[in-house]
Design a binder for this molecule. Structure first.
Ligand code: FAD
Length: 460
């Protein structure tokens, strides 16, 4: 008789957990997955996928404006929030169903309920019971963080609720400067909601290249979003007209909805990690090594709960590396270097490699190639929207170490750039690729002039 009920017990059926569970089960291992909410996790149910549908929905208003200059008449276009939500939810349910079927077809068992560890080999799942496993994988993801001491914090929503607002608000205040904040600012603004983005930092998108950050903030304002930097909520109060946001700079703004996008935290509450002796990092994430193994020999963790790079493809690759190592005898560690990312702001961003500031720290001397131009689509519609394309080149190795794009289709472009940069492409090899014309992307291979910031050019 087997020593344990399962070879592997996975807690959390999101991006990382599902990939690991499927692969492990396909190797012939006996696998169970516990999920307290819906199979698919944040990405499918309340993250990347529904967010992208909302971005698509909201972009039409911009397209309609552009369409006029191309000879179209699009008077009287209206948006039906309820109709959109119904279609979006149908598609999300379909995708979640595919995840369930994929798990079942691989032979993994699903346990619906919140799971907690009783010890290093025992898991208790609400309404299901207690199970034992040789190996345990924690893939419980993250959840929105909000300051508990902010008066009126309970009146605000997080991204979780933004996907199911009973009606589209007339006015929204979004607090935060990360990618979720700027994405939802674009979504609500595009849907006709009077939108203010308030962020306590000096600019949005901390960690991104500084030119990208300031370019996006300007473009967001051009599209009608009020961007207020350097201040934060001190209180949220209910009024007869809606919600009053009070800010540390003394200003007050009334809106119908206040959305807090102030960061996310690893979701470890009630998981029983102490009972199993699993250690956390200072930021409350499960501490793991390069192979996603925790301090407890038979317990691993992947995805947002480890707070490394909190993106779906990273969680998937970490889950895959875990399964390859433990169930296929192929020791694999996911390489967290040079992971490309996109921000579905309006206009969107694609970014891979080092920002200029980081490159200066890491490489020392760098060359910058930078272009700002009007996307061809807006050539004659009176729009003053500009795209930004930027390359960062390490002078010592002549390698392209960073590529940053703000403009139409930037997320699609950056996937290709990521391949070249990951391979260690030099600027000369990059330029040897002939342009694809007429595209915005061709600018990336035709930038020959080094960019000299104002004030530095005269020095030499
Ligand atoms: P999750 O997908 O969060 O899955 C964890 C699962 O575990 C959940 O289903 C949860 O219900 C379950 N669970 C938790 N605790 C327990 C328990 N005790 N018992 C049972 N089940 C439990 N990433 C991108 O790459 N691109 C994007 O465009 C993007 N957009 C995003 C937009 C938003 C609004 C948000 C919030 C996130 C976005 N992300 C995006 C991030 C991405 O969703 C996450 O990085 C990814 O889902 C992490 O996968 P995971 O497997 O670690 O966890």
């Amino acid at each position: 008789m087997a020593k344990y009920d399962y070879d592997l017990f996975v807690i959390g059926a999101g991006s990382g957990g599902v990939r690991a569970a499927r692969l492990a089960a396909m190797s012939g291992a006996k696998v169970a997955v516990a999920e307290e909410h819906r199979v698919g996790g944040t990405c499918v149910i309340r993250g990347c996928v529904p967010k992208k549908f909302m971005v698509y929905a909201s972009e039409f208003s911009h397209h309609f404006k552009t369409a006029k200059s191309y000879g179209w008449t699009v008077e009287g276009a209206t948006f039906d929030w309820q109709a959109f939500l119904a279609e979006k939810d149908k598609e999300i349910a379909r995708l979640s169903g595919i995840y369930v079927r994929n798990l079942q077809n691989a032979g993994a068992e699903l346990a619906h309920g919140k799971a907690r560890l009783l010890d290093a080999h025992t898991v208790e799942v609400d309404k299901v019971g207690t199970r034992t496993a040789d190996k345990i994988l924690i893939a419980t993801g993250g959840r929105p963080w909000a300051p508990k001491d902010l008066p009126g914090v309970e009146l605000a929503i997080s991204s979780n609720e933004a996907f199911h607002l009973p009606e589209l608000p007339r006015r929204i205040v979004i607090a935060g400067g990360g990618y979720i904040a700027v994405e939802f600012a674009g979504i609500f603004n595009g849907l006709g909601v009077e939108t203010a983005l308030v962020h306590r930092g000096p600019n949005v998108l901390r960690g991104f290249d500084d030119d990208v950050r300031s370019h996006l903030a300007e473009e967001m304002e051009k599209r009608g979003i009020t961007v207020v930097l350097g201040t934060q909520h001190t209180a949220i109060e209910k009024t007869s007209g809606g919600l009053l946001s009070r800010f540390s700079n003394g200003h007050e703004v009334e809106s119908d909805v206040v959305m807090l996008c102030l960061g996310r935290e690893p979701y470890v509450e009630g998981l029983g990690l102490e009972a199993a002796g699993v250690k956390l990092t200072e930021r409350g994430a499960v501490a793991v090594d390069d192979h996603s193994r925790s301090n407890v020999e038979n317990i691993w963790a992947v995805g947002d709960v480890t707070d490394r790079i909190n993106l779906t493809p990273v969680a998937i690759r970490e889950g895959q590396a875990f399964a390859e190592t433990e169930f296929y005898g192929r020791p694999t560690a996911f390489d967290h270097e040079t992971v490309a990312s996109a921000v579905f702001s309006q206009p969107p961003i694609g970014s891979v490699g080092l920002s200029e500031a980081d490159a200066r720290k890491v490489c020392g001397k760098v060359d910058i190639y930078l272009a700002r131009l009007k996307p061809m689509k807006y050539a004659f519609n009176g729009s003053d929207e500009r795209a930004l394309l930027k390359l960062v080149v390490d002078c010592a190795t002549e390698k392209v170490v960073g590529c940053h794009v703000v403009g139409p289709d930037a997320p699609e472009m950056i996937q290709m750039a990521a391949i070249a940069i990951k391979m260690g492409v030099t600027k000369a090899q990059w330029d040897a690729a002939c342009a694809v014309h007429p595209t915005l992307a061709e600018e990336l291979v035709t930038m020959r002039e080094k960019f000299v910031p104002m004030g530095l050019g005269q020095v030499a």
